[in-house]
Ligand binder design. Structure first.
Ligand code: S3P
Length: 434
């Protein structure tokens, strides 16, 4: 299922529920494994990324049962119950898994090695290993600061005050997780708000986290208590459908049970600034996270200057937002988004190359992009560079294309959105995988 072919035109309509939230699913496995007692996770994302986390904990002696679709039962071993794995832990394509695991493994009595695929093996890891080292952790990287990582066990950790340079929920989470095994108090102050699922879920597992503006703190030496987790649908996966329905005239689509944590909803704000018609309906709470149904209708979009404060709140949604920008009237400008260059691919360059291949004029900036809206795409060939979100974003471009679009290297769509092609087809996208 490596190549997607999308026929031009169509619209998106009906009701769809996209798979579970990736960030929350990783954390549910981690905290469930480290809690005392049995944790039931429903709505779990059975994508390759979260399954890598699940297998890593199994390899460290945690019994995890897969009861049915999205239904997982974790027999937690407590904070001191993990055992040394027999082999390196393979985190596949997942930066979240690798970085959060650094925090967990730094607190263990045994040595571990973390490895990943080609994309993960060139992603920067010093952003977690250096602050963890200040807590006492001993983690080595390659000479260029990339995986494989070797975590030396048995190093005592000390609570530390961290001021993050990069707005990164992965770094914040790794440090808070390491803080569970540290003596004293671990605090993390972030330069801009980022997703706070770790803080919310720790609280849900009975672990006190104090939050004061940009700072989150916890005391080491406590205990996690098993607690059920209901994982909402992933707003990052819903984003492709929000964009698709916005750009395809005649669309009217309802996305069900989507997580709308305010640290994740930048995509709704940005699309609304562009003129999108998105309604948030029936807001409720599930497992400490706000969820809602999202209803989206086609509309005429206009180019905007994206406010920089929205960037961390929409960090994974820019490939989809760029497709919306290409369909808008006028120019869209993004700055302050250099982090996009170190995601599963360099999402600024790879998107710019793909947009250009489909006849869209754009200028690459060191920390963003300028996109001239054209209202439609030519057909053409796209190289997704193995990046799941690039592949899905360009699939949606088919709705406003004049000719077929072929997208190559799409296998990694399964990391975050298993069943994407089937679900998109039921909504009306004319896409096939081969
Ligand atoms: C994530 C944080 C973000 C995001 C990633 C998931 C998380 O990464 O891009 O897909 O679950 O904490 P950064 O923390 O590197 O921005």
């Amino acid at each position: 299922m490596n190549t997607f072919t999308v026929q031009p035109g169509g619209d998106l309509s009906g009701h769809v529920r996209v798979p579970g939230d990736k960030s929350i699913s990783h954390r549910a496995i981690m905290l469930g494994a480290l809690a005392a007692g049995e944790t039931r996770v429903t709505g779990f994302l059975e994508g390759a990324d979260c399954l890598a986390t699940l297998e890593a904990f199994r390899a460290m002696g945690v019994e995890i049962e897969r009861m049915g679709p999205g239904d997982v039962r974790i027999h937690g071993v407590g904070l001191r119950g993990l055992r040394a794995p027999a082999a390196p832990l393979d985190m596949g394509n997942s930066g979240t898994a690798m970085r959060l695991m650094c925090g967990v493994l730094a607190g263990q009595a045994f040595d571990t090695e973390l490895v990943g695929d080609r994309s993960l093996s060139v992603r920067p890891m010093r952003r977690v290993t250096e602050p963890l080292a200040r807590m006492g952790a001993r983690i080595s990287t390659s000479e260029t600061g990339t995986p494989p990582l070797r975590v030396q066990g048995g190093a005592p950790l000390h609570g530390t005050d961290h001021e993050l340079q990069v707005a990164s929920a992965q770094v914040k989470s790794a440090l808070l997780l390491a803080g569970l095994w540290a003596d004293g108090r671990t605090c993390v102050t972030e330069p801009a708000p980022t997703r706070d699922h770790t803080e919310r879920m720790l609280a849900g597992f009975g672990y006190g986290v104090e939050r004061d503006g940009p700072q989150a703190c916890l005391e080491g030496g406590g205990e996690l208590i098993a607690s059920p987790v209901d994982v909402p649908a992933d707003i990052s996966s819903a984003a492709f459908f929000l964009v698709g329905a916005s750009i395809a005239s005649g669309s009217r689509l309802r996305l069900q049970h989507v997580g709308i944590n305010p640290t994740r909803t930048g995509v709704i704000d940005i699309l609304r600034l562009m003129g999108a018609r998105i309604e948030v309906l029936d807001t409720r709470e599930a497992g400490g996270e706000p969820v809602a149904d999202l209803e989206v209708e086609a509309s005429e979009l206009k180019g905007v200057v994206i406010p920089e404060e929205l960037v961390p709140l929409a960090i994974d949604e820019f490939p989809a937002i760029f497709v919306a920008a290409a369909c808008a009237s006028g120019e869209t400008v993004l700055t302050g988004a250099e982090e996009l260059r170190v995601k599963e691919s360099d999402r600024i360059q790879v998107m710019a190359d793909g947009l250009a291949a489909l006849g869209i004029e754009c200028t690459v900036l060191p920390d963003g992009i300028r996109i001239q809206g054209r209202g439609h795409f030519d057909g053409g060939e796209i190289d997704s560079h193995g990046d799941h979100r690039i592949a899905m974003a360009f699939a949606m471009a088919g709705l406003r294309a004049r000719d077929p679009i072929r997208i190559h290297d799409c296998a990694n769509v399964a990391t975050s959105f298993p069943g994407f092609v089937e679900l998109a087809r039921t909504a009306g996208l004319q896409v096939e995988a081969a």
